[in-house]
Design a protein around this ligand. Structure first.
Ligand code: AMP
Length: 393
């Protein structure tokens, strides 16, 4: 059961920097929250015992060192199972959510491969700009000191800069499908040169309508290639892509529940009260330190953002109508604890790797169980505890 702790209002949640700022006040109505336990989403998991240590993998010393510096001690289940297969050159289908460590599962063997043979080139395709940015950030950490270079090719950013980066013949290109295709059509990138391909979060790419762009890219790849495919779910329309992309793949499945063990889940029944008031009462509690609030529509998120700001909360929002630089700034502010609350549509629910999110609040219910899992997976990461709360009428 979620406890209604009566933590005093803290300095978080109000704006000190503006004259008209004021401290969010507790509403007159008591915190009349009905909390229901949902046994269907309670899970007990057996701990996974890794078969390998990172030091068991036959990878270069500098890469080993970078893994240590990144603070990884033991491979996660997807890393433990995928890295040996990828090092031996096998195509892999990874059924894994974000939060499972899948990024390092593909980056580590591929960085090792390119470092051993500089004629290898890697193309990584991700559904969202945010995820692509994050993958590139991870790449830089794992490839530190190895003289490997990357280009980030995502929509919403200057094409000119991306074309300049591509001219330098990067070892890794990381991008979103639409922008990659545009660059290819302009002759700025030749997919034929990329003999290693990673499709990340393929189910998401299909949800976002990228199927044609993804197929376009696959058909331009060289026949002889190393292909990696990651998806949290495996809907039937994905089959077409796996068949055309992969050769004798090894399938590694990391059950989605494994990411949920650290998350305390509850629902909050509105019981006739305004959701905004309930949210307000939650956000002023002391333990709600870093809160990600999900809404269904861009418009709804904008409205909620305005209402919370009027009540004195420090918030930022990300959704499809925001310019890329606004999204990047919002994420950075949230990551670096300059704001307490980030509001987002589902575009943000996948792939975002933000440390120490204490609470995920589903202000609007997610459209599917998969979306629910992806949203709440933003908290309870890297062995931290998190709480996910869902408003229901
Ligand atoms: P990902 O699923 O790739 O988005 O990773 C989820 C989170 O787990 C990120 O914060 C990673 O830095 C972290 N992570 C990945 N692999 C490990 C590991 N072996 N040990 C500790 N943390 C990890």
């Amino acid at each position: 059961m979620y406890h209604k702790s009566r933590g005093s209002s803290t300095s978080r949640g109000y704006r000190r920097d503006q004259k008209r700022s004021f401290r969010p006040k507790r509403n007159n109505n008591s915190l009349d929250i009905f909390l229901l336990k949902n046994p269907a989403i309670e899970q007990k998991q057996e701990a996974y015992v890794a078969k390998h240590a990172f030091s068991d993998f036959a990878i270069h010393d500098q890469l080993q060192q970078n893994i240590i510096e990144r603070g990884y001690e033991t491979p996660t289940p997807i890393q433990d199972q995928a890295i040996p297969e990828l090092l031996s050159g096998k195509d892999v289908i990874g059924i894994a959510n974000t939060g499972t460590g899948k990024t390092a599962a593909f980056l580590i063997p591929l960085i090792n491969k390119v470092f051993s043979n500089r004629s290898e080139k890697v193309l990584i395709v991700a559904p969202t700009r945010e995820l692509a940015v994050q993958i590139e950030e991870e790449f830089r950490i794992f490839a530190k000191g190895m003289q490997l270079f990357s280009a980030l090719c995502i929509g919403g950013m200057s094409m000119h800069h991306q074309i300049q980066s591509l001219r330098k013949k990067p070892d890794f290109v990381i991008g979103t499908p639409g922008r990659l295709k545009d660059l290819e059509k302009q002759g700025k990138i030749q997919f034929m040169l990329y003999n290693n391909i990673v499709l990340d979060e393929v189910d998401r790419m299909l949800d976002m309508g990228f199927i044609h762009d993804v197929n376009y890219i696959i058909h331009k790849l060289p026949q002889k290639r190393h292909s990696l495919f990651f998806s949290a779910t495996f809907p039937s329309n994905i089959q077409e892509i796996t068949t055309s992309l992969l050769r004798n793949p090894v399938t590694i499945s990391v059950k989605p529940q494994e990411t949920l063990t650290n998350i305390h889940q509850d629902v909050i029944k509105t019981n006739g009260r305004m959701k905004i008031d309930l949210l307000h009462d939650l956000l002023i509690q002391v333990e709600f330190q870093k809160v990600l609030v999900f809404g269904r529509t861009k418009w709804g998120i904008e409205k909620l953002s305005r209402m919370l700001m009027e009540r004195g909360f420090k918030v930022a929002s990300i959704h499809g109508n925001k310019r890329q630089n606004q999204r990047v700034r919002a994420l950075e502010d949230f990551k670096n604890n300059r704001i307490q609350i980030l509001l987002a549509t589902d575009i943000a629910s996948r792939g975002l790797d933000i440390d120490n999110v204490t609470h995920v609040i589903n202000y609007d219910q997610p459209a599917s169980y998969e979306d629910y899992v992806h949203r709440i997976g933003r908290t309870g990461r890297a062995n931290k505890r998190g709480t996910a709360l869902t408003f229901i009428d």
